[in-house]
Design a protein around this ligand. Structure first.
Ligand SMILES: [Mg+2]
Length: 429
């Protein structure tokens, strides 16, 4: 048995109280543990309890979250944390539970998995941080040369520490924001350009810390961005330099009092980032070692799977020449012998969502796309586009017997789990 899900040790919970720490840093956790604190609060801390919870007794939890004037002081939170930490530490574990053991929220029996699928970028090929700088520089050059943005933008440096993936950009207000899983704005994490927006201004703009789901995801409540939603989530690792460029450009416009439309700037930068991928591919292919992390255990892992009778496949959005170069460097010239099916330029998420999209054959020798009808998927051949439906039909692979690894929460993981029942493994870096 092995888990691909969240893992956390009892010792981590008891000694470090990770739940409470995150609660203190992000008040989004208040609702979740409020009941525990109220019911478990030690009697000798009654005075502190009265002080800390005085606000909560007169307001609802939502009011508490939405009204910054009711927030507690840091020392109140500290007292709350220490008392609850003591309470958790006083709990005794059952005698047969090892405190250093790792426990899973969900278990996956790997003997049920017969087919292993992989994405390529940031899954099999993990890039060095220098790739982000390359993407940033190529996109800013594109912005100046093609979209005629001011030349000064070329002088704005990439800051890899500025943003993390998963942030939302409000296309209407031009703000980069951090939302928690309950769609609550994380005050102190809202930026216009590179400048933090004061909490009072954020609350004035949004009227509420809790954003309506339709505002974030559109009227259909889909996580996929559509023209009716006000926000886009920047969810893959390639989007980290994109967010930095976006905020650098907005900061430049703000600082120089240049009028701009936040939505147009967003789309220009997105287009510039997308357009520079072919140049990025050529640069990485010229000096693969400079950009891709070597993973000496990859061959060993593929051999282990193959020797256990598992089937392997690759579905990536990248072109064959780029994947071939990286995989040859990572695994060796014979890398294709490990894979039963190789699909490049798959155009995920459409690969997982479109019902009818024919798989096509790619001729690696002539670098041409063939128009023949594909009746079977053969080892050693390269395919492109297509759909997961066709892949499953031609190979006879079904839901729970497939485990697919990818780094993108939506394009790689959500659709295929929700619509086709595949098991998925998220690569988190
Ligand atoms: Mg990827």
């Amino acid at each position: 048995m092995c888990s691909v899900a969240h893992r956390i040790s009892f010792r981590a919970i008891l000694k470090h109280n990770v739940i409470l720490r995150s609660f203190m840093h992000s008040q989004g956790g208040v609702g979740a543990i409020w009941g525990v604190i109220e019911s478990e609060w030690p009697k000798d801390k009654e005075k502190t309890r009265t002080r800390c919870l005085s606000t909560a007794s007169t307001t609802t939890k939502r009011d508490f979250l939405n009204n910054p004037t009711t927030l507690k002081t840091v020392s109140d939170f500290q007292a709350l944390y220490e008392a609850t930490k003591k309470k958790f530490q006083s709990k005794k574990l059952p005698v047969d539970v090892h405190p250093d053991a790792v426990f899973a929220c969900n278990e996956l029996d790997l003997s049920e998995v017969q087919v292993y699928g992989f994405d390529y970028d940031y899954t099999l090929a993990c890039y060095k941080p220098i790739l982000e700088s390359l993407l940033y520089n190529l996109a800013s050059e594109m912005l100046v040369k093609r979209f005629k943005y001011p030349d000064e933008i070329l002088e704005l440096d990439y800051d890899p520490t500025f943003a993390v993936r998963g942030l939302h950009y409000d296309v209407e207000k031009g703000l980069l924001v951090k939302l928690d899983s309950f769609l609550q704005l994380q005050l102190g994490s809202v930026y216009r350009g590179r400048t933090k927006v004061p909490e009072e201004e954020v609350l004035k703009l949004y009227h509420n810390r809790l954003l309506p789901i339709a505002y974030v995801e559109g009227p259909n409540n889909t996580y996929r961005h559509n023209t009716n939603s006000k926000m886009v989530q920047l969810a893959d690792l390639f989007s980290v330099p994109e967010m930095c460029l976006l905020c650098n450009v907005i900061e430049y416009f703000e600082g120089n009092r240049i009028d701009y439309n936040p939505e147009i700037v967003f789309h220009d930068i997105k287009t510039a980032m997308g357009s520079c991928h072919p140049v990025m591919h050529a640069t990485v292919m010229k000096d693969t070692e400079k950009y891709i992390e070597k993973n000496p255990k990859l061959v060993q892992y593929f051999e282990k799977l193959q020797n256990s009778g598992k089937k392997l496949f690759l579905v990536t959005n990248s072109p064959f020449s780029f994947v071939n170069c990286g995989m040859t460097w990572l695994v060796g010239a014979q890398w294709r012998e490990f894979f039963d099916v190789v699909i490049v330029q798959a155009r995920k998420p459409k690969f997982f969502t479109d019902e009818s999209r024919p798989i096509r054959l790619y001729d690696a020798k002539t670098h041409s796309h063939l128009w023949d009808r594909v009746f079977k998927l053969e080892k050693g051949k390269i395919y492109y586009e297509g759909s997961v439906r066709q892949l499953q039909e031609l190979k006879g692979w079904r839901g729970h017997s497939v485990l697919y690894f990818g780094d993108h929460p939506y394009s790689d993981l959500a659709d295929v789990t929700l619509k086709h029942g595949w098991r998925t493994g998220a690569i988190i870096t």
